[in-house]
Design a binder for this molecule. Structure first.
Ligand code: SAJ
Length: 426
């Protein structure tokens, strides 16, 4: 089959590579020519994604994947573009909603306009982007109908991606996949298509269920992280160590707490719950509260830092980590950058280090040199190997705030640091 993939980001590009690798004729399209140019010469923004560079090189060289800025006629169209969330500003009087947001579907609409001249009867159009319920029908199908496509002869499906950044290629192939068609025939066709490159189970449902399930998965995670963050604050108050408490609670056969931290970042978990809140504002107090708890964590980190350094003169602060989570280079919605911004606004001289994020991958000794304090915000593996006595020798003062429970506090104390751990009142 000839498959046209619209959007060459973190999902679209690896998916296009796999589709080409599976033997289809893949055409990857992005409206941004600089992205097409970079990917074409093998410069991938997705670092630390095992096997992707080699796979991309193979399919591009063999011609099984071509890249460009314009859609072309195909059998299957896949839309994998961003769906960011837009903050609506002041409370809009939606019952309990105190922080209204809405999905920005403009990229989906632009993608639909881009493919509309090429969609023919018998084609299959698949939306992979994470979207509010009913978008496949009300936005994608409607946009193509408005553009003059005979939509009664086209099959539409939503097939949400569920891969974990850092492990994209493996999960694209091995995760189970939900395909929700607007009709049973569309579900069947989309399922048959994914089975050509997915080894996990491919399960059919309707489009609205598929749209909601994707949002439920990320909301489950956000709500559980909020619970861990709430216990972190309870433990600080009760002079208990939340990391120890969680490890002990997780020994129960039916309890599995997530980890607290400086907040929830990334382009999915910090975004998707708002799509559900917007769809059912009066019915989602728990989801809304979870969002609020997680959004407040960067402010809480700054309060902890100020408590740790009360009465001390602190100038330079070394921030360890800019990425939104461990061992990735992605800074989108990163709580680390929010904390760094808050500290800079509070008058500190903030120097950020991140071994994976190009603009912050400066030598760590330069970052620590002359610093009064260090805040660990991303639990990159490299930071575990940091030598406390080396850091002590470089820094002017020795304050350490660990927001991820990542460092061995006893070792750092032995090297002369005053250490505080988020979630530990001990
Ligand atoms: N985090 C915590 N505590 C935890 C786990 C995560 O504070 O115990 C934080 C991370 O540090 C990070 C944020 O949450 O800032 C999100 O990270 P994540 O690893 O939970 O999730 P993502 O955004 O990288 O990927 C999620 C995944 N969803 C689920 O696991 C339900 C992935 O499978 C989805 O495909 C992806 O969202 C997506 O694209 O929707």
């Amino acid at each position: 089959m000839k498959v046209c993939i619209i959007g060459l980001g973190y999902i679209g590009f690896p998916t296009a590579c796999l589709i080409g690798h599976a033997g289809h004729e893949a055409v990857g399209v992005d409206i941004d020519p600089s992205i097409v140019e970079r990917l074409s010469r093998g410069d991938l923004p997705m670092v630390n994604e095992q096997g992707l560079t080699a796979l991309a090189q193979g399919v591009l060289e063999s011609g099984r994947l071509r890249l460009g800025t314009r859609a072309e006629a195909a059998d299957v169209f896949i839309i994998a573009v961003p769906t960011p969330v837009r903050h609506l500003g002041q409370p809009a009087g939606h019952g309990v909603v105190s922080d209204p947001h809405t999905a920005d579907l403009s990229y989906v609409e632009v993608a639909c306009r881009g493919i509309s001249p090429h969609v023919r009867p018998g084609n299959l159009v698949i939306l992979e982007s994470t979207v509010p319920p009913r978008t496949t029908e009300k936005v994608v199908r409607s946009a193509l109908a408005q553009a003059g496509v005979d939509v009664s002869a086209v099959d539409f499906a939503h097939a949400p991606e569920r891969v974990l950044p850092g492990n994209i290629l493996y999960e694209l192939v091995h995760n189970s996949r939900i395909v929700g068609g607007l009709t049973p025939q569309a579900s069947q066709r989309a399922g048959d298509f994914y089975r050509t490159f997915v080894q996990g189970e491919v399960v059919a449902t309707d489009a609205t269920t598929a749209e909601l399930v994707k949002l439920m998965e990320n909301t489950f995670r956000d709500t559980n992280i909020a619970l861990a963050n709430e216990f972190a604050r309870v433990c600080e108050h009760l002079e208990v160590d939340v990391w120890e408490a969680i490890a002990l609670a997780n020994r129960h056969p039916r309890v599995q707490f997530m980890h607290p931290g400086p907040g929830v970042g990334g382009h999915c978990i910090a975004v998707d719950p708002y799509f559900i809140i917007a769809a059912a504002p009066g019915l989602t107090p728990l989801i809304q509260t979870a969002r609020q708890i997680n959004r407040q964590m960067p402010m809480h980190v700054v309060e902890l830092f100020q408590a740790l350094t009360t009465g001390e003169s602190v100038g330079k602060v070394a921030v360890l980590g800019a990425a939104y989570k461990a061992d990735v280079a992605d800074e989108r919605e990163s709580p680390a950058l929010q904390v760094a911004g808050l500290l800079a606004n509070a008058g500190y001289t903030v120097v950020i280090h991140d071994p994976h994020v190009r603009r912050f991958s400066r030598p760590l000794p330069d970052v620590l040199s002359g610093a009064d304090a260090m805040i660990l915000l991303t639990d990159h593996t490299e930071y575990r190997r940091l030598d406390p006595s080396l850091a002590a020798g470089l820094m002017s003062n020795r304050f350490l705030l660990d927001t991820r429970g990542h460092l061995d506090a006893a070792r750092w104390r032995a090297a002369g640091f005053r250490v505080m751990k988020l979630g530990s009142g001990k």
